[in-house]
Design a protein around this ligand. Structure first.
Ligand code: AHR
Length: 663
């Protein structure tokens, strides 16, 4: 026993000795070379990837609270429940109006004047109501016969009414009626009752409830808290609408942007391909209403200052699913869709598609500069289709940049083939995807150091560090967004930044996820009906984006780029507009590190600098809706000596130093 204690003391004292050695070691010398200006960093450098996965659009960013508002899910009453109250006699009938875009509505008949018939909508895993906030209800209705009064009532999770309003004078042919109420209490799992009283027959469609305080208070709008989080990242671009959703499981269910425009009642609903995709995360109530459609995506890009990057189906369904392709001699409509999209975004109001944009409320162009041809496609069949798209698009719009796929993996035969051929085909960008372990990200900070500088540029279009399931015991949905995953991404991103002349766009994926209805994780932002939480990965993205700079600055440790020596990663940029030098230091080891940082060109001056730090000692830590602030950036102001600045960074930390700098 005594021996064991003595051994423990010895081990402890030697680890203390080793730790002291770290402090005692002569500080390493980091040098930022400011003698020659580095390559330009494109304003697009750090962006966001949006896909309607994990209830990212319907039930998420799109603020509609009623699920299956138009009775067009496969099961027309999915999400709805009905009951007869106080002796009422009545029924509901689903009617097909033989329209290809809005095929169904519901007919409600009331036979006696007693009680009421109540249709209840469960929302997307409940509805979120906030005390004293206003909610706007609307419905298309046709009073067929008799006299039926329609009221709406919000109820909390126990069924207690917390808000009510009655529609005035529902009479005659189809019209849209609007009414508002205020919620008397907060409930995150409320429901909506639509109450019918009287005697007669009424038909209803597009039963809708939105919070009044959507983003910019727009009708048919977006959830303000979620858009705010996107805006706070200052993304250089936004890729939309995905992801595999672009491809569809089959071509019939591919994303067709033209069906997402105009009157929301006429945007044809389809099954969301993530509905049935994940065996352990089936979501039978997942459809695409397209209330958030291409016009709204472009508008969102405008709002948050992101360059739009639509990804279009190139005549191929998801190669993990049906792998259907359209034959080459029938591909013209797909190509025409791409040409028309450019006209929709950029064309004058005297053009067909530009006029539609103007009619929807945006006469000014959306300034579209790039398009993705296909999502994560691979193989010769993709190249055949890419060639036809690029030929037609560049013939009419030579200035439009085209993104070509590198397939689903960061290496291997599929990747190598496309990496070669996309360059031959002069793709403006090659879209690389990597969902890999944190260790891969740590090892690959040098990935782009030797890429060809004079060929296609790189779009790191989808990436995220995926931890091994076995390493995380916590079962919370958000638990895979660990601090270690974020740290490893930050390390990797110093490599992207150092190579910003080649990697000109990068986006973490996916962006949004509902805690109670997700199919894929990790994700950047988690939410429920009322709240959202930024993950550590979000803060990493935000730090790189908010401090992206305008030019790369060369930074060395012992004359070499800092690419993971002793788990240290670092990169530097200059922001010539803000007159700042920005140095990012990622310490992926658990030991603190000491440095002396010198800026060759600026010897002798002193100043104050801003130090933003993300740090945590627990690599499995994560932010959740319940505990949103476990990991968040801390900012302090420090004195800065340009000649030799002593810096000590914590173990497991991401640090951004912002130093005043004028050339
Ligand atoms: O981001 C989730 C999915 O990952 C995307 O839909 C797809 O492009 C990739 O396989």
């Amino acid at each position: 026993m005594i021996k064991k204690i003595a051994r423990t003391i010895l081990i402890l004292s030697s680890s203390i000795w080793m730790a002291n050695q770290v402090y005692a070691q002569a500080p390493e010398k980091l040098v930022v070379h400011l003698d020659k200006p580095g390559a330009k960093i494109e304003p697009t450098m750090w962006g966001i990837f949006f896909e309607d996965i994990n209830f990212g659009a319907d039930g998420g960013l799109y603020a509609e609270m009623v699920k299956n508002r138009s009775f067009e899910f496969n099961d027309p009453l999915m999400g709805w429940d009905d009951k007869l109250v106080d002796g009422a006699e009545g029924s509901i009938l689903i009617v097909n109006r033989t329209s290809s875009t809005n095929p169904r509505f519901a007919g409600v008949s009331l036979k006696n004047r007693k009680g009421s018939y109540v249709l209840t909508n469960e929302g997307f895993r409940g509805m979120g109501f906030e005390k004293d906030h206003q909610y706007n209800f609307s419905v298309m209705a046709h009073a067929v016969e008799g006299n039926v009064k329609v009221s709406v009532e919000a109820v909390n999770e126990s069924g207690k009414p917390i808000g009510r309003a009655t529609l005035e004078d529902v009479k005659g042919d189809w019209k849209t009626y609007h009414v508002s109420f205020s919620a008397g209490e907060t409930s995150s799992k409320g429901k909506l009752n639509v109450i019918f009283e009287g005697q007669g027959k009424i038909e209803i469609d597009m039963v809708s409830l939105f919070p009044a305080d959507t983003w910019k208070h727009r009708p048919n709008g977006l959830r303000a808290d979620l858009v705010q989080k996107l805006a706070d990242m200052h993304p250089g671009f936004m890729r939309f609408p995905g992801g595999c959703i672009v491809e569809g499981r089959d071509l019939a269910n591919r994303y067709q942007w033209k069906s997402t425009l105009g009157d929301i009642a006429d945007r044809k609903l389809i099954l969301n391909r993530w509905n049935v995709e994940m065996r352990d995360h089936q979501t039978p109530d997942y459809f695409q209403s397209f209330g958030l459609g291409f016009y709204e995506y472009f508008q969102l890009c405008d709002d948050i200052g992101a360059s739009p990057l639509p990804i279009l189906n190139c005549g191929m369904a998801c190669q993990y699913n049906s792998a259907e392709v359209v034959s080459l001699n029938q591909i013209d409509p797909f190509i025409q869709d791409a040409l028309d999209l450019i006209e929709f975004a950029n064309g004058g109001t005297d053009t067909k598609w530009g006029a539609l944009r103007a009619a929807m409320g945006h006469p000014a162009p959306f300034n579209l500069k790039m398009i993705g041809v296909g999502n994560e496609q691979w193989g010769e069949q993709y190249v055949d289709r890419f060639k036809l798209f690029s030929k037609a698009i560049w013939a009419k719009y030579p200035q439009i940049k085209l993104v070509g796929s590198a397939g689903p993996y960061p290496g291997g035969d599929l990747f190598n083939y496309l990496n070669k051929v996309m360059r031959q085909e002069k793709a403006s960008f090659i879209d690389e995807h990597y969902y890999m372990r944190p260790e891969w990200f740590l090892k690959n900070a040098t990935r782009y150091d030797n890429y060809d500088r004079n060929s296609s540029k790189i779009f790191a279009g989808e990436y995220a560090a995926h931890i091994d399931d076995k390493t995380q015991k916590d079962t919370a949905a958000e638990s895979h967004n660990t601090w270690y995953s974020a740290l490893s991404e930050a390390a990797f991103m110093t490599g992207l930044e150092r190579n910003a002349d080649v990697v000109q766009m990068a986006s973490y994926a996916p962006l949004l996820a509902r805690v109670d209805a997700w199919q894929w994780r990790p994700d950047l932002i988690w939410f429920d009906n009322l709240h959202s939480v930024a993950t550590p990965n979000y803060y990493v993205q935000q730090l790189f984006s908010n401090y992206k700079g305008t030019n790369i600055a060369s930074l060395t440790l012992n004359d070499k780029a800092v690419t993971g020596q002793d788990s240290l990663y670092s990169s530097a940029v200059i922001d010539s507009a803000k007159k700042q030098l920005i140095i990012k230091v990622v310490n992926a080891s658990s030991t603190p590190r000491n440095f002396e940082l010198s800026l060759g060109a600026l010897k002798g001056k002193t100043s104050k600098a801003q130090w933003v730090q993300l740090a945590c000692t627990d690599k499995l830590a994560f932010n959740s809706l319940a505990h949103p602030d476990v990991i968040r950036p801390e900012t302090k102001i420090i004195g800065w000596n340009y000649k030799n600045q002593a810096i000590k960074v914590e173990g497991s930390s991401v640090n951004v130093f912002v130093v005043p700098y004028e050339r």
